[in-house]
Design a protein around this ligand. Structure first.
Ligand code: NAD
Length: 461
Protein backbone atom coordinates (compact mmCIF):
# COMPACT_ATOMS: atom_id res chain seq x y z
CA UNK A 1 0.00 0.00 0.00
CA UNK A 2 2.70 2.44 1.07
CA UNK A 3 4.73 1.67 -2.06
CA UNK A 4 1.73 2.46 -4.27
CA UNK A 5 1.29 5.89 -2.70
CA UNK A 6 4.93 6.79 -3.04
CA UNK A 7 4.49 5.84 -6.71
CA UNK A 8 1.77 8.51 -6.86
CA UNK A 9 4.18 11.08 -5.41
CA UNK A 10 6.92 10.05 -7.83
CA UNK A 11 4.68 10.36 -10.86
CA UNK A 12 3.46 13.80 -9.83
CA UNK A 13 7.07 14.89 -9.19
CA UNK A 14 7.97 13.70 -12.72
CA UNK A 15 5.08 15.74 -14.08
CA UNK A 16 6.30 18.85 -12.25
CA UNK A 17 9.78 18.44 -13.74
CA UNK A 18 8.32 17.84 -17.19
CA UNK A 19 6.00 20.85 -16.99
CA UNK A 20 8.93 23.14 -16.17
CA UNK A 21 10.53 22.24 -19.53
CA UNK A 22 7.69 24.18 -21.14
CA UNK A 23 6.75 21.87 -24.04
CA UNK A 24 3.09 21.59 -22.98
CA UNK A 25 2.72 25.36 -23.33
CA UNK A 26 3.60 25.26 -27.02
CA UNK A 27 0.44 25.71 -29.10
CA UNK A 28 1.39 23.22 -31.82
CA UNK A 29 2.28 20.65 -29.17
CA UNK A 30 -1.18 21.01 -27.60
CA UNK A 31 -2.99 20.79 -30.94
CA UNK A 32 -0.92 17.76 -31.99
CA UNK A 33 -1.91 15.95 -28.78
CA UNK A 34 -5.57 16.86 -29.13
CA UNK A 35 -5.50 15.41 -32.65
CA UNK A 36 -3.72 12.33 -31.38
CA UNK A 37 -6.29 11.91 -28.62
CA UNK A 38 -9.07 12.12 -31.21
CA UNK A 39 -7.53 9.47 -33.46
CA UNK A 40 -6.82 7.12 -30.52
CA UNK A 41 -10.44 7.42 -29.37
CA UNK A 42 -11.66 6.63 -32.89
CA UNK A 43 -9.27 3.65 -33.01
CA UNK A 44 -10.74 2.21 -29.78
CA UNK A 45 -14.37 3.11 -30.42
CA UNK A 46 -15.56 -0.50 -30.31
CA UNK A 47 -13.69 -1.21 -27.08
CA UNK A 48 -15.23 1.87 -25.45
CA UNK A 49 -18.72 0.74 -26.51
CA UNK A 50 -18.07 -2.78 -25.16
CA UNK A 51 -16.70 -1.51 -21.84
CA UNK A 52 -19.77 0.67 -21.29
CA UNK A 53 -22.02 -2.26 -22.16
CA UNK A 54 -20.19 -4.48 -19.68
CA UNK A 55 -20.20 -1.90 -16.89
CA UNK A 56 -23.90 -1.06 -16.92
CA UNK A 57 -25.50 -2.37 -20.06
CA UNK A 58 -25.30 0.97 -21.82
CA UNK A 59 -26.82 0.79 -25.32
CA UNK A 60 -24.63 1.61 -28.32
CA UNK A 61 -26.65 4.66 -29.40
CA UNK A 62 -26.42 6.26 -25.95
CA UNK A 63 -22.73 5.37 -25.66
CA UNK A 64 -21.94 7.03 -28.95
CA UNK A 65 -24.17 10.09 -28.43
CA UNK A 66 -23.43 10.80 -24.78
CA UNK A 67 -19.85 9.55 -24.43
CA UNK A 68 -17.79 9.14 -27.62
CA UNK A 69 -19.51 11.63 -29.94
CA UNK A 70 -19.72 14.40 -27.37
CA UNK A 71 -15.98 14.04 -26.69
CA UNK A 72 -14.98 13.98 -30.36
CA UNK A 73 -17.02 17.11 -31.00
CA UNK A 74 -15.42 18.85 -27.99
CA UNK A 75 -11.91 17.98 -29.25
CA UNK A 76 -12.72 19.27 -32.75
CA UNK A 77 -14.08 22.51 -31.27
CA UNK A 78 -10.89 23.06 -29.26
CA UNK A 79 -8.62 22.27 -32.21
CA UNK A 80 -10.55 24.74 -34.34
CA UNK A 81 -10.55 27.60 -31.84
CA UNK A 82 -7.46 27.19 -29.69
CA UNK A 83 -5.23 29.61 -31.63
CA UNK A 84 -7.87 32.33 -31.37
CA UNK A 85 -8.62 31.72 -27.67
CA UNK A 86 -5.00 31.67 -26.57
CA UNK A 87 -3.97 35.01 -28.12
CA UNK A 88 -3.21 37.76 -25.60
CA UNK A 89 -6.29 39.94 -25.52
CA UNK A 90 -5.82 43.69 -25.81
CA UNK A 91 -8.16 45.58 -23.47
CA UNK A 92 -8.78 49.30 -22.84
CA UNK A 93 -6.68 51.28 -20.39
CA UNK A 94 -8.37 53.84 -18.11
CA UNK A 95 -7.54 57.45 -18.93
CA UNK A 96 -5.97 57.98 -15.50
CA UNK A 97 -3.27 55.39 -16.29
CA UNK A 98 -2.22 57.19 -19.51
CA UNK A 99 0.13 56.56 -21.30
CA UNK A 100 -0.05 52.74 -21.28
CA UNK A 101 -1.46 49.67 -23.04
CA UNK A 102 -3.15 46.68 -21.39
CA UNK A 103 -3.36 42.98 -22.26
CA UNK A 104 -4.75 39.83 -20.68
CA UNK A 105 -2.17 37.07 -21.11
CA UNK A 106 -3.00 33.40 -20.73
CA UNK A 107 -0.93 30.87 -18.88
CA UNK A 108 -1.65 27.29 -17.85
CA UNK A 109 -1.98 26.54 -14.13
CA UNK A 110 0.62 23.75 -14.27
CA UNK A 111 -0.26 20.28 -12.98
CA UNK A 112 -3.98 19.67 -12.66
CA UNK A 113 -5.84 16.85 -10.96
CA UNK A 114 -9.04 15.57 -12.57
CA UNK A 115 -11.24 13.24 -10.49
CA UNK A 116 -14.14 11.61 -12.33
CA UNK A 117 -17.33 9.75 -11.34
CA UNK A 118 -18.64 6.50 -12.79
CA UNK A 119 -21.87 7.54 -14.49
CA UNK A 120 -20.41 8.85 -17.77
CA UNK A 121 -17.06 7.19 -17.20
CA UNK A 122 -15.61 8.14 -20.57
CA UNK A 123 -16.73 11.70 -21.28
CA UNK A 124 -16.43 12.95 -17.69
CA UNK A 125 -12.72 12.12 -17.81
CA UNK A 126 -12.11 13.20 -21.40
CA UNK A 127 -14.00 16.51 -21.49
CA UNK A 128 -12.12 18.12 -18.58
CA UNK A 129 -8.89 16.58 -19.89
CA UNK A 130 -9.43 18.27 -23.26
CA UNK A 131 -9.71 21.62 -21.45
CA UNK A 132 -6.59 20.92 -19.38
CA UNK A 133 -4.49 19.95 -22.42
CA UNK A 134 -5.91 22.71 -24.56
CA UNK A 135 -4.86 25.25 -21.92
CA UNK A 136 -1.31 23.80 -21.79
CA UNK A 137 -1.32 21.90 -18.49
CA UNK A 138 -0.04 18.50 -17.41
CA UNK A 139 -2.78 16.37 -15.86
CA UNK A 140 -3.23 13.52 -13.40
CA UNK A 141 -6.52 11.75 -14.04
CA UNK A 142 -8.37 9.60 -11.51
CA UNK A 143 -11.11 7.44 -13.06
CA UNK A 144 -13.92 5.88 -11.04
CA UNK A 145 -13.45 2.42 -9.61
CA UNK A 146 -17.17 1.69 -10.05
CA UNK A 147 -17.05 1.66 -13.87
CA UNK A 148 -14.14 -0.74 -13.94
CA UNK A 149 -13.99 -1.72 -17.63
CA UNK A 150 -14.54 1.83 -18.84
CA UNK A 151 -11.71 2.89 -16.55
CA UNK A 152 -9.36 0.41 -18.20
CA UNK A 153 -10.10 1.59 -21.73
CA UNK A 154 -9.73 5.24 -20.65
CA UNK A 155 -6.32 4.30 -19.23
CA UNK A 156 -5.31 2.54 -22.43
CA UNK A 157 -6.28 5.52 -24.59
CA UNK A 158 -4.53 8.07 -22.39
CA UNK A 159 -1.37 5.97 -22.11
CA UNK A 160 -1.22 5.53 -25.87
CA UNK A 161 -1.69 9.26 -26.47
CA UNK A 162 0.41 10.96 -23.81
CA UNK A 163 3.69 10.41 -21.99
CA UNK A 164 2.97 9.62 -18.32
CA UNK A 165 4.80 12.78 -17.27
CA UNK A 166 2.36 14.74 -19.46
CA UNK A 167 -0.91 12.97 -18.56
CA UNK A 168 -0.99 10.16 -15.99
CA UNK A 169 -3.96 7.91 -15.15
CA UNK A 170 -4.94 6.37 -11.81
CA UNK A 171 -7.70 3.76 -11.77
CA UNK A 172 -8.11 2.97 -8.05
CA UNK A 173 -10.76 3.87 -5.51
CA UNK A 174 -10.91 6.11 -2.45
CA UNK A 175 -7.35 5.36 -1.14
CA UNK A 176 -5.85 6.40 -4.49
CA UNK A 177 -8.03 9.49 -4.58
CA UNK A 178 -6.95 10.35 -1.04
CA UNK A 179 -3.27 9.84 -1.92
CA UNK A 180 -3.66 12.16 -4.90
CA UNK A 181 -5.43 14.78 -2.80
CA UNK A 182 -2.44 14.74 -0.43
CA UNK A 183 -0.24 15.95 -3.28
CA UNK A 184 0.02 19.62 -4.16
CA UNK A 185 -1.62 20.44 -7.49
CA UNK A 186 -2.07 23.76 -9.25
CA UNK A 187 -5.74 23.12 -10.02
CA UNK A 188 -8.30 20.47 -9.11
CA UNK A 189 -11.29 19.58 -11.26
CA UNK A 190 -13.68 17.27 -9.45
CA UNK A 191 -16.91 15.70 -10.72
CA UNK A 192 -19.01 13.64 -8.32
CA UNK A 193 -21.27 13.79 -5.31
CA UNK A 194 -21.72 16.85 -3.11
CA UNK A 195 -20.47 15.03 0.00
CA UNK A 196 -17.19 13.99 -1.59
CA UNK A 197 -16.95 17.48 -3.11
CA UNK A 198 -16.63 18.83 0.44
CA UNK A 199 -13.71 16.43 1.13
CA UNK A 200 -12.02 17.54 -2.09
CA UNK A 201 -12.47 21.22 -1.27
CA UNK A 202 -11.04 20.72 2.20
CA UNK A 203 -7.96 19.03 0.70
CA UNK A 204 -7.61 21.84 -1.85
CA UNK A 205 -7.85 24.49 0.89
CA UNK A 206 -4.72 23.13 2.60
CA UNK A 207 -2.65 24.32 -0.37
CA UNK A 208 -4.98 27.13 -1.51
CA UNK A 209 -5.45 25.17 -4.72
CA UNK A 210 -8.16 26.66 -6.96
CA UNK A 211 -10.81 24.19 -8.00
CA UNK A 212 -13.94 23.41 -9.96
CA UNK A 213 -16.61 21.24 -8.36
CA UNK A 214 -19.09 19.61 -10.73
CA UNK A 215 -21.60 18.15 -8.28
CA UNK A 216 -25.11 16.76 -8.35
CA UNK A 217 -28.44 17.36 -6.64
CA UNK A 218 -32.13 17.23 -7.34
CA UNK A 219 -32.89 18.85 -10.70
CA UNK A 220 -36.58 19.79 -10.94
CA UNK A 221 -38.73 19.57 -14.01
CA UNK A 222 -41.69 21.96 -13.93
CA UNK A 223 -44.64 21.24 -16.22
CA UNK A 224 -46.97 24.22 -16.41
CA UNK A 225 -50.50 24.13 -17.85
CA UNK A 226 -49.71 25.95 -21.14
CA UNK A 227 -47.03 23.36 -22.09
CA UNK A 228 -47.28 21.03 -25.05
CA UNK A 229 -47.89 17.98 -22.89
CA UNK A 230 -47.22 15.30 -25.51
CA UNK A 231 -43.82 16.78 -26.31
CA UNK A 232 -43.07 17.27 -22.61
CA UNK A 233 -43.91 13.66 -21.71
CA UNK A 234 -41.79 12.31 -24.57
CA UNK A 235 -38.75 14.36 -23.61
CA UNK A 236 -39.08 13.81 -19.85
CA UNK A 237 -39.25 10.03 -20.27
CA UNK A 238 -36.23 10.11 -22.55
CA UNK A 239 -34.34 12.23 -19.97
CA UNK A 240 -35.29 9.84 -17.20
CA UNK A 241 -34.39 6.61 -19.00
CA UNK A 242 -31.15 7.86 -20.61
CA UNK A 243 -28.29 6.11 -18.78
CA UNK A 244 -30.99 4.45 -16.62
CA UNK A 245 -31.71 7.83 -15.00
CA UNK A 246 -28.11 7.90 -13.76
CA UNK A 247 -27.27 11.34 -15.17
CA UNK A 248 -26.27 14.34 -13.06
CA UNK A 249 -28.66 16.43 -15.19
CA UNK A 250 -31.49 13.91 -15.26
CA UNK A 251 -34.87 15.47 -14.40
CA UNK A 252 -35.01 14.28 -10.78
CA UNK A 253 -38.64 15.06 -9.88
CA UNK A 254 -41.62 16.53 -11.72
CA UNK A 255 -43.60 19.48 -10.45
CA UNK A 256 -46.88 19.37 -12.36
CA UNK A 257 -49.76 21.83 -12.33
CA UNK A 258 -52.84 20.18 -10.81
CA UNK A 259 -55.28 20.66 -13.69
CA UNK A 260 -53.04 18.88 -16.21
CA UNK A 261 -51.67 16.14 -13.95
CA UNK A 262 -53.96 13.29 -14.99
CA UNK A 263 -53.35 14.09 -18.64
CA UNK A 264 -49.55 14.16 -18.11
CA UNK A 265 -49.59 10.84 -16.21
CA UNK A 266 -51.37 9.13 -19.12
CA UNK A 267 -48.86 10.58 -21.58
CA UNK A 268 -45.85 9.62 -19.45
CA UNK A 269 -47.03 6.01 -19.24
CA UNK A 270 -47.73 5.98 -22.98
CA UNK A 271 -44.20 7.25 -23.63
CA UNK A 272 -42.52 4.64 -21.41
CA UNK A 273 -44.32 1.96 -23.44
CA UNK A 274 -43.54 3.66 -26.75
CA UNK A 275 -39.85 4.17 -26.04
CA UNK A 276 -39.11 0.92 -24.19
CA UNK A 277 -41.95 -1.46 -25.18
CA UNK A 278 -43.86 -3.84 -22.92
CA UNK A 279 -40.94 -6.12 -22.06
CA UNK A 280 -38.60 -3.52 -20.57
CA UNK A 281 -36.49 -5.97 -18.57
CA UNK A 282 -35.33 -7.61 -21.82
CA UNK A 283 -34.96 -4.33 -23.68
CA UNK A 284 -31.38 -3.80 -24.89
CA UNK A 285 -31.91 -0.03 -25.00
CA UNK A 286 -32.25 0.35 -21.24
CA UNK A 287 -29.32 0.63 -18.81
CA UNK A 288 -28.94 -1.27 -15.56
CA UNK A 289 -28.04 0.23 -12.18
CA UNK A 290 -24.27 0.45 -11.69
CA UNK A 291 -23.91 -1.72 -8.55
CA UNK A 292 -25.75 -3.55 -5.77
CA UNK A 293 -25.56 -0.76 -3.24
CA UNK A 294 -27.10 1.80 -5.61
CA UNK A 295 -29.73 -0.83 -6.56
CA UNK A 296 -30.67 -1.35 -2.89
CA UNK A 297 -30.67 2.40 -2.22
CA UNK A 298 -33.08 2.96 -5.13
CA UNK A 299 -35.47 0.17 -4.15
CA UNK A 300 -35.78 1.84 -0.74
CA UNK A 301 -36.80 5.12 -2.38
CA UNK A 302 -39.82 3.49 -4.04
CA UNK A 303 -42.86 3.99 -1.82
CA UNK A 304 -45.06 1.05 -2.90
CA UNK A 305 -48.22 2.93 -1.86
CA UNK A 306 -47.50 5.71 -4.34
CA UNK A 307 -46.68 3.66 -7.45
CA UNK A 308 -48.95 4.39 -10.41
CA UNK A 309 -46.69 2.73 -12.98
CA UNK A 310 -43.81 0.27 -12.81
CA UNK A 311 -42.21 -0.78 -9.55
CA UNK A 312 -40.65 -4.04 -10.74
CA UNK A 313 -37.04 -4.62 -9.59
CA UNK A 314 -34.71 -7.58 -10.28
CA UNK A 315 -31.72 -7.85 -7.97
CA UNK A 316 -29.56 -10.20 -10.07
CA UNK A 317 -29.48 -7.96 -13.12
CA UNK A 318 -29.82 -4.72 -11.09
CA UNK A 319 -32.91 -3.88 -13.13
CA UNK A 320 -35.30 -1.17 -11.99
CA UNK A 321 -38.38 -0.59 -14.09
CA UNK A 322 -39.16 3.06 -14.88
CA UNK A 323 -41.45 3.83 -11.95
CA UNK A 324 -43.88 6.73 -11.54
CA UNK A 325 -44.80 7.77 -8.01
CA UNK A 326 -47.91 9.92 -7.52
CA UNK A 327 -48.81 12.48 -4.83
CA UNK A 328 -45.25 12.80 -3.59
CA UNK A 329 -44.38 15.50 -1.05
CA UNK A 330 -41.01 17.04 -0.19
CA UNK A 331 -41.06 14.98 3.03
CA UNK A 332 -41.01 11.63 1.21
CA UNK A 333 -37.72 9.62 1.20
CA UNK A 334 -37.50 9.98 -2.60
CA UNK A 335 -37.20 13.77 -2.11
CA UNK A 336 -34.46 13.55 0.51
CA UNK A 337 -31.59 12.68 -1.84
CA UNK A 338 -30.62 12.82 -5.51
CA UNK A 339 -32.46 9.84 -7.09
CA UNK A 340 -29.97 8.83 -9.81
CA UNK A 341 -32.21 6.12 -11.22
CA UNK A 342 -35.42 5.66 -13.26
CA UNK A 343 -37.86 6.73 -10.55
CA UNK A 344 -40.23 9.59 -11.43
CA UNK A 345 -41.90 11.34 -8.48
CA UNK A 346 -44.81 13.67 -9.24
CA UNK A 347 -45.52 16.63 -6.97
CA UNK A 348 -48.49 18.79 -7.90
CA UNK A 349 -48.77 22.54 -7.60
CA UNK A 350 -51.53 25.15 -7.91
CA UNK A 351 -49.66 28.24 -9.09
CA UNK A 352 -46.20 28.77 -10.55
CA UNK A 353 -45.31 30.66 -7.36
CA UNK A 354 -46.06 27.49 -5.37
CA UNK A 355 -43.81 25.44 -7.68
CA UNK A 356 -41.03 28.00 -7.29
CA UNK A 357 -41.38 27.94 -3.50
CA UNK A 358 -40.89 24.15 -3.55
CA UNK A 359 -37.71 24.51 -5.61
CA UNK A 360 -36.45 27.26 -3.28
CA UNK A 361 -37.07 25.07 -0.24
CA UNK A 362 -34.39 22.65 -1.53
CA UNK A 363 -30.70 23.16 -2.36
CA UNK A 364 -29.86 25.06 -5.56
CA UNK A 365 -30.05 22.42 -8.31
CA UNK A 366 -27.56 21.63 -11.07
CA UNK A 367 -30.27 21.83 -13.73
CA UNK A 368 -33.85 23.04 -14.02
CA UNK A 369 -36.30 22.25 -16.78
CA UNK A 370 -39.46 24.20 -17.49
CA UNK A 371 -42.16 23.09 -19.91
CA UNK A 372 -44.34 26.07 -20.81
CA UNK A 373 -45.60 28.16 -23.69
CA UNK A 374 -46.10 31.20 -21.48
CA UNK A 375 -43.26 33.67 -21.96
CA UNK A 376 -44.04 35.51 -18.69
CA UNK A 377 -43.70 32.28 -16.72
CA UNK A 378 -40.50 31.45 -18.58
CA UNK A 379 -38.99 34.82 -17.54
CA UNK A 380 -40.29 34.50 -13.97
CA UNK A 381 -38.66 31.09 -13.50
CA UNK A 382 -35.34 31.94 -15.17
CA UNK A 383 -34.99 35.17 -13.20
CA UNK A 384 -36.55 34.00 -9.96
CA UNK A 385 -34.72 30.73 -9.26
CA UNK A 386 -31.04 29.91 -8.76
CA UNK A 387 -29.80 26.83 -10.61
CA UNK A 388 -26.78 25.72 -12.63
CA UNK A 389 -28.37 25.79 -16.10
CA UNK A 390 -31.13 24.03 -17.96
CA UNK A 391 -33.66 24.01 -20.76
CA UNK A 392 -37.05 25.44 -21.60
CA UNK A 393 -39.28 22.79 -23.22
CA UNK A 394 -36.56 20.13 -23.12
CA UNK A 395 -34.18 18.42 -20.72
CA UNK A 396 -30.53 17.33 -20.52
CA UNK A 397 -29.51 18.53 -23.99
CA UNK A 398 -28.00 21.84 -22.79
CA UNK A 399 -25.15 19.62 -21.56
CA UNK A 400 -24.26 18.78 -25.17
CA UNK A 401 -23.61 22.34 -26.35
CA UNK A 402 -20.01 23.58 -26.69
CA UNK A 403 -21.38 27.12 -26.66
CA UNK A 404 -23.12 27.01 -23.26
CA UNK A 405 -21.26 27.19 -19.96
CA UNK A 406 -21.97 24.13 -17.85
CA UNK A 407 -21.69 24.00 -14.06
CA UNK A 408 -23.59 24.14 -10.79
CA UNK A 409 -24.22 26.75 -8.13
CA UNK A 410 -24.30 26.40 -4.35
CA UNK A 411 -24.58 22.74 -3.39
CA UNK A 412 -24.57 21.65 -7.05
CA UNK A 413 -21.06 22.98 -7.61
CA UNK A 414 -18.83 25.88 -8.54
CA UNK A 415 -17.02 26.80 -11.74
CA UNK A 416 -17.93 25.97 -15.29
CA UNK A 417 -16.66 24.15 -18.36
CA UNK A 418 -17.49 22.94 -21.91
CA UNK A 419 -16.14 24.59 -25.05
CA UNK A 420 -14.27 27.84 -24.41
CA UNK A 421 -15.24 27.74 -20.72
CA UNK A 422 -13.09 24.57 -20.35
CA UNK A 423 -10.09 26.35 -21.81
CA UNK A 424 -10.67 29.33 -19.51
CA UNK A 425 -11.18 27.13 -16.44
CA UNK A 426 -7.73 25.61 -16.81
CA UNK A 427 -6.07 28.95 -17.64
CA UNK A 428 -4.79 31.64 -15.35
CA UNK A 429 -5.47 35.01 -16.94
CA UNK A 430 -2.71 37.45 -16.20
CA UNK A 431 -3.49 41.15 -16.63
CA UNK A 432 -0.45 43.17 -17.71
CA UNK A 433 -0.25 46.93 -18.06
CA UNK A 434 2.64 48.23 -20.14
CA UNK A 435 3.61 51.78 -19.24
CA UNK A 436 5.62 54.25 -21.29
CA UNK A 437 9.26 54.56 -20.36
CA UNK A 438 9.36 58.05 -21.92
CA UNK A 439 6.41 59.91 -20.45
CA UNK A 440 5.69 59.82 -16.72
CA UNK A 441 2.92 62.06 -15.38
CA UNK A 442 3.75 63.43 -11.95
CA UNK A 443 0.28 63.43 -10.44
CA UNK A 444 0.65 60.23 -8.34
CA UNK A 445 3.93 61.15 -6.66
CA UNK A 446 4.32 63.07 -3.36
CA UNK A 447 4.52 65.77 -2.32
CA UNK A 448 0.71 65.90 -2.58
CA UNK A 449 -1.14 69.24 -2.62
CA UNK A 450 -4.66 70.60 -2.94
CA UNK A 451 -4.37 70.93 -6.73
CA UNK A 452 -3.43 67.24 -7.09
CA UNK A 453 -6.35 66.26 -4.83
CA UNK A 454 -8.76 68.31 -6.96
CA UNK A 455 -7.46 66.69 -10.16
CA UNK A 456 -7.69 63.12 -8.77
CA UNK A 457 -11.24 63.88 -7.58
CA UNK A 458 -12.17 64.97 -11.09
CA UNK A 459 -10.54 61.94 -12.72
CA UNK A 460 -11.85 59.26 -10.33
CA UNK A 461 -15.58 59.52 -9.79
P1 NAD B 1 -18.59 9.95 -5.88
O1 NAD B 1 -18.53 11.27 -5.23
O2 NAD B 1 -18.90 8.76 -5.07
O3 NAD B 1 -17.18 9.62 -6.61
C1 NAD B 1 -16.57 10.51 -7.50
C2 NAD B 1 -15.07 10.29 -7.47
O4 NAD B 1 -14.58 10.62 -6.16
C3 NAD B 1 -14.62 8.85 -7.77
O5 NAD B 1 -13.49 8.90 -8.59
C4 NAD B 1 -14.31 8.30 -6.39
O6 NAD B 1 -13.27 7.33 -6.41
C5 NAD B 1 -13.84 9.53 -5.63
N1 NAD B 1 -14.13 9.43 -4.20
C6 NAD B 1 -15.22 8.82 -3.62
N2 NAD B 1 -15.18 8.95 -2.28
C7 NAD B 1 -14.04 9.65 -2.00
C8 NAD B 1 -13.43 10.10 -0.79
N3 NAD B 1 -13.98 9.84 0.39
N4 NAD B 1 -12.27 10.79 -0.87
C9 NAD B 1 -11.71 11.06 -2.06
N5 NAD B 1 -12.23 10.65 -3.24
C10 NAD B 1 -13.38 9.96 -3.22
O7 NAD B 1 -19.63 10.12 -7.08
P2 NAD B 1 -20.18 9.02 -8.07
O8 NAD B 1 -21.14 8.14 -7.37
O9 NAD B 1 -19.08 8.42 -8.85
O10 NAD B 1 -20.99 9.97 -9.08
C11 NAD B 1 -22.31 10.35 -8.88
C12 NAD B 1 -22.43 11.78 -8.42
O11 NAD B 1 -21.73 12.64 -9.29
C13 NAD B 1 -23.87 12.27 -8.46
O12 NAD B 1 -24.11 13.08 -7.33
C14 NAD B 1 -23.93 13.10 -9.73
O13 NAD B 1 -24.94 14.07 -9.74
C15 NAD B 1 -22.57 13.70 -9.73
N6 NAD B 1 -22.21 14.07 -11.10
C16 NAD B 1 -22.07 15.38 -11.41
C17 NAD B 1 -21.79 15.74 -12.71
C18 NAD B 1 -21.65 17.18 -13.12
O14 NAD B 1 -21.20 17.41 -14.23
N7 NAD B 1 -22.00 18.13 -12.30
C19 NAD B 1 -21.59 14.76 -13.68
C20 NAD B 1 -21.73 13.44 -13.31
C21 NAD B 1 -22.02 13.10 -12.02
Amino acid sequence: MKKKFSAVTKLIENQKTYYKKGSTRDLDFRITHLKKLKSTIIKYENEILQALKNDFHKPEFESYASEIGIVLSEISYHIKNLKKWSKPERVKTPFILFPATSHNYHEPYGIVLIIAPWNYPFQLVMNPLIGAVSAGNCAAVKTSELAHESSLIVKKIIEETFLPEYVSVFTGGIPVSTALLNERFDYIFYTGSTNVGKIVMEAAAKNLTPLTLELGGKSPCIVEKSANLEAAAKKIIWGKILNGGQSCVSPDYILVQKEIKENLIELLIEQIKKQLGDDIENNEDFCRIINDSHFTRLTRLIDRNKIIFGGKTIKNSRYIEPTILNNVTVDDPVMKEEIFGPIIPLIDFNTIDDAMETVKSLEKPLALYLYTNNIQIEKQVINGLAFGGGCINDNIIHFASNFLNFGGVGNSGMGKYHGKASYVTFTHIKGILKASSLIDINLRYPPYNRKKIDIIKKLLK
